[in-house]
Design a protein around this ligand. Structure first.
Ligand code: SF4
Ligand code: SF4
Length: 96
């Protein structure tokens, strides 16, 4: 029986957005669309020379999960922190 594919997510000390695939897989998956750059409320994502998302200030990331949510190419995957962060963002939007 085939095992389900598990995304190879980069370690937590990455300079990539949370839940990003490792660089090898990211190169094959991310077309550099820039949607994550646009959506980050802290504007800490930029595209590097390979047009891959890189964090300019990783320590400032709040793990809000918006970059993961907007990525349509499967290059970013939710972590427990971003899942919680996105739930909080949605709750705040709903409750004001
Ligand atoms: S939204 Fe996804 S595919 Fe687009 S640049 Fe960001 S990581 Fe890459
Ligand atoms: S999780 Fe939120 S704060 Fe962190 S890089 Fe993504 S959009 Fe920006």
């Amino acid at each position: 029986m085939d095992m389900p594919a598990v995304p190879r997510i980069k370690a937590a000390d990455t300079h990539r957005p949370p839940g990003a695939l490792n660089d090898e897989d990211l190169l094959e998956t991310c077309p550099g669309c820039g949607d994550c750059v646009e959506v980050c409320p802290l504007q800490i994502i930029e595209l590097d020379r390979s047009r891959l998302p890189a964090l300019s200030a990783a320590k400032d990331c709040t793990h809000c999960g918006l970059c993961v949510d907007v990525c349509m190419f499967g290059a970013l995957h939710h972590t427990p922190e971003t899942q919680h962060g996105l739930a909080e963002v949605l709750r705040l939007e709903r409750d004001g």
